[in-house]
Design a protein around this ligand. Sequence first.
Ligand code: SAM
Length: 270
Amino acid sequence: MAEYGIYPKKHLGQNFLTDAHVLAKIVAAAEISKDDLVIEIGPGLGVLTAELAKCAANVVAIEIDTKLSEILEQTVAKEFANVRILREDILKADVGGIIAASGFASAKIVANLPYYITAPVIFGLLEQKLPITAMVVMVQKEVADRFLAAAGTKAYGIPTLSLAYYGKAALIANVPPHSFHPRPDVYSAVIKIEINPRRDINSKIFFPLIRAAFANRRKTLANCLSANLNLTKEQAAALIQEAGLPPTIRGEALNFSDFERLSEIMERMI
Ligand code: SAM
């Protein structure tokens, strides 16, 4: 940064990774081969980009910051012929188009994400059902905890189940603030999401169902469903009974398979 006379922009979530061990863990977790297209979100000064370029066929790195993208053109894109820098906002980028135009059938996402847009980036990509096989991303520790939470715990809820709908998430590494410059105020974690390309459950039923189930954590599932879905108390009770669940159970006690089963039954009921 001193060489280029630049300062980190807090509003763009610019906390640059300075820990080589963490970099190595991210790259290893992505299991990149010479056949892979990797899309990196927010390459920053290119430390991760360079490591990805060594393992992948091609790397497309999407950076919103004009100054950083100019620096990346002069550095990592010059050093590695398989790196392409796109100066774009990831929230507006046509990632499906980028994959198709690169001539690959699928891609992996690898990123030390800007934390102010973690959820819109991850769920935005997942909801588009793009040919993405896996994501290895750095997120806030608190967000990782919610994604990976077990049923019945405080962190468990809509983010956990929403992510489970699209794939299987696992913790790769916990990352302390001193692994970055400047140090963020929060702890971080690297997670890997292996995407399930075929999800048979109807999203139009599953997502309203989980939102209703967690609308009030102190209420029973039956009360939550009748208050927040278009169901009578009797229909909610019948649904829970048919799923083989106790009548007074709360939403937070149910795991992903329970919600999967409830969705299937609801689809038949409608
Ligand atoms: N990958 C680098 C590293 O690990 O050191 C930088 C990671 S830093 C946490 C996040 C990066 O995302 C910054 O370079 C920032 O400019 C970029 N960024 C922020 N918002 C973005 C957006 N909407 N679209 C694309 N890149 C963005």
